[in-house]
Design a protein around this ligand. Sequence first.
Ligand code: NAG
Ligand code: NAG
Ligand code: NAG
Ligand code: NAG
Ligand code: NAG
Length: 467
Amino acid sequence: MFFRKPSPTTPLHSLPSQTPSFSKSKDHHNNHIITNKLSYTLFLSLFLFSWLLLLRHHLTPLQNHTTATCHGSGPLFYIYALPSRFNLGLLQRCQNLNIYTNMCPHVANNGLGQPLATPSWYATHQFIGDMIVHARLQNHPCRTSHPHAARLFYVPFYAGLYSSSVFRQHNLTLRDALAVDLVHFLHRQPWWKRNNGKDHFVALGRTAWDFMRTEDGPDFGANIFLNLPTVRNMSVLTVERHPWQGHNQFAIPYPSYFHPKTLSEMLTWQDTVRQRPRPFLFSFVGGTRPNLAKAKVRDHIVTQCDASERCVLVQCASGDPRCHNPMNVVEVMSKSTFCLQAPGDSFTRRSTFDSVLAGCIPVFFSEHTAYTQYVWHFPTERDTYSVFIDEREVNEGKKRIEDVLAGIEEKEVAKMREVVIGLIPKLTYTHPNASGDVGFEDVVDVALQRLSQLVLNETTSLGSADI
Ligand SMILES: *[C@@H]1O[C@H](CO)[C@@H](O)[C@H](O)[C@H]1NC(C)=O
Ligand SMILES: *[C@@H]1O[C@H](CO)[C@@H](O)[C@H](O)[C@H]1NC(C)=O
Ligand SMILES: *[C@@H]1O[C@H](CO)[C@@H](O)[C@H](O)[C@H]1NC(C)=O
Ligand SMILES: *[C@@H]1O[C@H](CO)[C@@H](O)[C@H](O)[C@H]1NC(C)=O
Ligand SMILES: *[C@@H]1O[C@H](CO)[C@@H](O)[C@H](O)[C@H]1NC(C)=O
C-alpha cells in the first residue's frame, strides 16, 4: 500500500478543492496525504530527471571516486562496535518497533526504505534517522578504525527505534532498560574516560521529547535516555531538540526521499526544481488536529487555503493509502512558491525538508519549527530562505496568509527560492553506499564539522585535550 508507484491520472490542476479532513498521530504518519491525481506530472518530471542524469553522465567526466580521503575540515571519528542488541539486533523484530506501523519495509536498504521508480529516490520513513546516520557514517571517508586518532566517537544506538517499540511498556524499569544498559556499556570504555564522554555522540531519529520522561511529568510513553547524567555529557543529534532544556541536543534535518550518490545527481535535481513552473502561490500538506490547542493554527490554514484559488490543500482521511505517496508530496510542493509548515503534534515537521527539496519556500508559524532547531543547517538570516507569520496573528485574525505571501515582491521571491535550492545538499542524506567524497556536504558532513568544533572548544577549556 505504502509503496505504490505513481499511477497516471489527471494532472494537478483538476485537484478537487474539497477533500475530506482527517486527524492522526504524528506516527501515523508522514503527515502526508494526497490525491492520486497529482502523480502523473511528477512521474513525467522524474522520467525527465533520470534522462537528464544519464545525459549528464555522458557529458561530464565522472567524479574522482578513488580519493576516499577525509578532506577539508572533516574530523576523524571512530564508531563503537556495540553489541547488536543496541542496533541491528532490534531490527529482527521490525514488525514491533513502532506501535502504529510495521517498520519492516522502512528499515530496508539501511533505513532508506523501499526504492521508488526513480533511482536514488526512496519512500523513507520520517523517524528512521538513527539507521541512516549510522549507515552513512560507516562508509564515510573520515571514519577511522584507530580510536586514538579519533576526535569524535559515534555511539550507534538506535534509540529512536527502541523508544517507539516500548511506548506502551507500563513497567518503567523495563521501558528504560536498554538505555540504562547502554550507559553501563559506555562507562566501561577506556575512550569514554578521556573526556568524560564530551567527544561522544549519538543520533536519534525521533524528537527529544520521546527520551525525556521526568518523575513528575506526564507519561506519554517516553523513556529517560536523554535525562541520564551520562548521556548529558555526550552530544545528541535529534530531529527535534528540546528548545529549553536541550543544551547538549543539536537538531539535524528529518530524512526526506532523495538520497543521491553523486554530485551530478544533486545538480540535476537542483536544476529540475529551478525550472519547475509554480502555478500555485502556496500549499499545505497535512491535517488539522481538532483536539490539540497548540496546533490551532492548522484550522486557520486549512480554512484559508481551501478558500483560496491560489492554494493547494492536500488532506486525506487517516489510513488512506493515498496519504503516503512521497512523489505526490514532492509534486504538490514543486508546483508551489510557498509551503506552509505549521506545528502539529510537535514543533517540527519532516515536511519542512520535503518542501526545501522541492524548491518551495517554507513558511513557519512558530520559532521552534526551524529557527531554534536547525541552526547548523539553515542560514542565520531567516528572511533569506523563509517567511515567518506568527501563529498568534493568524489565530487572532490579524493576518491573512495569502495577503502576506502575495505581498512579497517577485524579485525577492526569486532570490529566496535560489537560497532554498542552494540548501538542498546540506539537507540531504547522501546514499550510504556513495563512494568517498561525493563533492557536496550533506547533513552528516555538516554535523560532523560542528560537533568537532564543539568538542575542540569543550575539551580545550577542560584542559584535557590530550590523554
Ligand atoms: C583524482 O585522483 C588522482 C589520484 O589521487 C588525483 O591525482 C587527481 O587530481 C584527482 N582528480 C580530480 C579531478 O580530483
Ligand atoms: C550498500 O551495499 C551493500 C553491499 O553491497 C548492500 O548490502 C546494501 O544493500 C547497499 N545499501 C543500499 C541502501 O543500497
Ligand atoms: C518491572 O520489571 C522489573 C524487571 O523485570 C521487575 O523487577 C519489577 O518487579 C517490575 N515492576 C512492576 C511494578 O511490575
Ligand atoms: C560528566 O562530565 C563531568 C565533567 O564535566 C564529570 O565530572 C562526570 O564524571 C561526567 N560523567 C560521566 C558519567 O562520565
Ligand atoms: C568555540 O569557541 C569559539 C571561541 O570561544 C567560539 O567563537 C565558537 O562559536 C565556539 N564554537 C562552538 C561550536 O561552540
